[in-house]
Design a protein around this ligand. Structure first.
Ligand SMILES: [Mn+2]
Length: 338
């Protein structure tokens, strides 16, 4: 008997393309087990896929990025299973005083390693095919494997990190691969990442701030309060961005946690914080980065909530913004490689 063929999925942005010929490979990671507050990011990739059909294919200033071919892979069923198991384990850790904590944390650690391995493998396959890898989270633990793979291919890589949080917690809630630890993990485990520039930060602990400001040239930051002060003072924000990105090398990976933006653009995200970049500002960051001549060699978009809309229901505002942001990011990345 023949295996049942999987249900065809709506192509991203409604445009079917040859998976082998596409310029961009979108890698969905339906994983949010390490989320520390509100779940929903695991459903983000599917929600963005649905909402993307409503995005106009002509974009200013990036033109028609879809023409280069944007292929979104199927979700990895093993990651779906690991997410289900991981969510239940984290629930036990939080609510059940009798659970075997060391064993549960060890299993969570194994789950994180396996998700990283799978995301790295898909990224490496995109890189081998000459395609731009783009991870679509998932919580912010999702792209670690991809950052590692892109950094191996581009040693000396710069990381532009847009986020409300510094994500430098060491094993947050005991979870080594927590969404709140990704930048710590990058800094301590990926030596090929030479520089990190953090933008939008406004919710962090004293230890994280000390580490950011201890003078190491590897960590750079334009925190949200500095950015907001410049905006309110009427400073030339383009110039401010140009100064900030001077620390970045030629090849840049963008890791974008959607909560770096104003909560009005991501109301259902896992850990929303007041303040943040406006829509126009995040677009300006992308434009200035590309105008500076830097090349975007990998990227991810994380923490977009799939919302409560069931399959077939109305798309959430989070997913609509996510789909549009994704198109902008792809436009910028392709524009940087021309
Ligand atoms: Mn984050």
């Amino acid at each position: 008997m023949q295996a049942q063929t999987a249900k065809p999925l709506t192509p991203l942005f409604g445009q079917a393309c040859d998976p082998e010929q596409a310029a961009v490979r979108v890698i969905p990671v339906p994983f949010d087990a390490t989320c520390s507050y509100r779940l929903g990011a695991a459903a983000g990739p599917a929600a963005i896929r649905r909402a993307s059909t409503q995005v106009d294919l002509f974009d200013l200033p990036w033109g028609s990025p879809w023409q280069a071919g944007i292929y979104m892979e199927r979700e990895d069923e093993e990651v779906q299973l690991l997410n289900r198991e991981g969510r239940a384990l984290v629930e036990q850790l939080r609510s059940n005083a009798n659970c075997d904590r060391p064993a549960t944390l060890e299993r969570m650690n194994t789950i994180g390693v396996e998700v990283n391995r799978r995301v790295a493998a898909r990224t490496n396959s995109a890189l081998a095919a000459g395609q731009l890898p783009l991870v679509l989270g998932g919580d912010h633990s999702a792209p670690f494997g991809s950052i590692a793979a892109v950094a191996s291919a581009h040693p000396g890589l710069g990381l532009l990190h847009i986020d409300a949080h510094a994500d430098m917690r060491v094993a947050y809630e005991g979870l080594t691969w927590s969404h709140a630890s990704i930048i710590h993990n990058v800094l301590s485990r990926i030596q090929d990442v030479a520089v990190v520039l953090q933008v939008g930060l406004r919710d962090l602990c004293a230890e994280e701030w000390e580490r950011i400001t201890d003078g190491t040239p590897r960590i750079n930051c334009l925190a949200d309060w500095e950015w907001t002060r410049e905006r309110l003072a009427g400073s030339d924000l383009s110039l401010r961005i140009d100064q900030a990105i001077e620390c970045l090398p030629q090849d840049v990976y963008i890791t974008l946690d959607v909560d770096g933006l104003e909560p009005s653009l991501c109301p259902q995200t896992g850990t929303p914080v007041p303040g943040g970049l406006t829509w126009g500002e995040v677009c300006l960051w992308l434009e200035r980065l590309v105008d500076s001549g830097r090349r975007i060699v990998g990227l991810d978009l994380c923490e977009v909530s799939g919302g409560s809309a069931a399959e077939g229901g109305a798309d959430s505002w989070d997913a609509i913004v996510g789909a549009r942001l994704l198109y902008k990011m792809i436009g910028a990345a392709l524009g940087s490689r021309e």
